[in-house]
Design a protein around this ligand. Structure first.
Ligand code: ARG
Length: 472
């Protein structure tokens, strides 16, 4: 590289008003640009102000600042909050981030006493607190979104608790199931996604404020009080850990990626089911789009986008893991990159949940078509084998072989298992009786799956009842 200064390195005249005491000049243009986070971290203003008010009250309660000073600071912070709420606040890149933008404005409003707010605090513990509170707020919001999706799934599962469709493994017809049972499978997945949110909320229920830059502070602060004021169970136990780790955000992003993966699988099924060869369901105009060239097309775009956004959400998790993986303790500026993945994933997570909830209420199902396809592919072959085991006391392995031969016979005759005659079946196993016809239809097959968690309509209705109690 040449030693010539790049064009954009012309410095602004003044050094940073907040920390520039020992700096003769301000940053190079590109330095100011790469250093500033205000464009995105302004999203944290409510959390930042809430944290500052709690810190200020504690400083006064501990006798570190006077009651009057605390009252002035708090008034100023409330004013700033309403300025930002109403869009009257001017954010400045030169002030780098949300913390310094707010503190500088506070000084404009109340004068030098504003500088006392930062006693016994650093931006390092401040930002750790702000992001933690943001993740906490978002986790609660997203929990409500997942719950709404569960309600949609349960509502439709109730409607389809006896609607027979093919169940698949390897996307090959396996055994008949009900659409209600299939939808309820996702209610369980989303239930665990909600449990992950609950767990991460419990894990991060500690307040980092008071850790200061990295080592704690010599001021007689009361961390218990701040933790309590901000709704945390307790303060964090180690100041270095408090300002260094972002595992709470990583847990949040992991939970996001897992939910997105669940949503993506469901999307994939909606896409397959709504294709002409399947024809199980139809999504209305509300969730589809047409093709600009092929007039017959109805594309499941919303489902495809939910599936597509899974890549983006998982990308946020990967981005943050990579940012964190090589950092020595304690704070490093790399960690400023922790915010955008969290903000973006939070937004996308809500969007994919809402879109899926909409699609679940929207689709119509073709029960006849699902039933007809459940009948194809010898989906009751296992029922036949089980009958041989129960009634002829055959070992299951042998029953499997015998059944395979009967399936071959039906394939040759181009009919379903229940369409074979008794005599035809007896050419393969002479001990078979007419009782076999009690287990060969898809209705009989589904109704017989009464084991706990099975697809029998009676069991599905019980599962719906239990899920309503557990989740709604
Ligand atoms: N904007 C910074 C961030 O997001 C705040 C903390 C800055 N701390 C520092 N020592 N420069 O991480």
């Amino acid at each position: 590289m040449s030693s010539k200064k790049p064009k954009n390195s012309k410095s602004p005249a003044k050094s940073n008003p907040m920390w520039g005491g020992q700096f003769a000049s301000g940053p190079a243009g590109i330095m100011a640009k790469i250093n500033a986070s205000i464009d995105f971290d302004k999203k944290l203003y409510a959390q930042d102000i809430k944290g500052s008010i709690a810190h200020c009250a504690m400083l006064a309660a501990s006798g570190i600042i006077s009651k009057k000073e605390a009252a002035d600071i708090t008034d100023g912070l409330h004013k700033i909050k309403s300025e930002i709420d109403s869009g009257r606040f001017t954010f400045k890149e030169a002030l780098e981030d949300i913390h310094m933008n707010i503190e500088a404005r506070l000084a404009e409003l109340i004068g030098d006493v504003a500088g006392k707010l930062h006693t016994a605090r650093s931006r390092n513990d401040q930002v750790a607190l702000d992001l933690r509170m943001y993740v906490r707020d978002m986790s609660l919001t997203i929990d409500a979104f997942i719950k709404a999706l569960q309600l949609a799934l349960i509502t439709r599962a109730e409607e389809f608790s006896s609607a027979i469709m093919p169940g698949f493994t390897h996307l090959q017809t396996a055994q008949p199931v009900t659409l209600g049972h299939h939808l309820m499978a996702y209610v369980e997945m989303f239930g665990r996604d909600r449990a992950r949110l609950k767990n991460l909320l419990a894990n991060m229920d500690e307040c980092p404020l008071g850790s200061a830059a990295l080592a704690g502070t010599s001021f007689p602060i009361d961390r218990m009080l701040v933790a309590k004021t901000l709704g945390f169970a307790r303060p964090t136990a180690n100041s270095l850990d408090s300002v260094s780790d972002r595992d709470f955000a990583l847990e949040f992003l992991s939970a996001a990626a897992i939910t997105a993966m669940h949503l993506s699988r469901l999307s994939e099924e909606l896409i397959i089911w709504s294709s002409a060869p399947f024809g199980f369901i139809k999504l209305s105009d509300l969730f589809s789009s047409g093709s600009s060239i092929m007039p017959q097309k109805r594309n499941p775009d919303a489902a495809e986008l939910v599936r597509g956004k899974t890549g983006r959400i998982t990308g946020s998790l990967m981005s943050m893991l990579m940012t964190m993986k090589g950092l020595p303790l304690a704070y490093n500026k790399d960690m400023q990159e922790d915010k955008e993945p969290v903000f973006d994933a939070s937004l996308q997570w809500q969007m994919v949940l809402s879109a899926m909830t909409g699609m679940i209420y929207d689709f119509t199902a073709d029960k006849k078509r699902m039933h007809a396809l459940a009948n194809q592919g010898y989906s009751t072959a296992t029922d036949l084998a089980d009958w041989l085991v129960k009634n002829l006391k055959m070992p299951f392995r042998q029953a499997h072989h015998t059944t395979a031969k009967i399936v071959k016979l039906a394939t040759d005759k181009k009919c379903t298992l229940s369409q074979l005659s008794l005599t035809q079946m007896q050419t393969i196993e002479k001990r078979i009786t007419k009782e076999i016809f009690n287990v060969l239809t898809v209705e009989q097959s589904v109704a017989s799956r009464i084991s706990y968690g099975g697809t029998a309509p009676a069991r599905v209705k019980e599962a719906i009842f239990a899920a309503k109690k557990k989740y709604l």
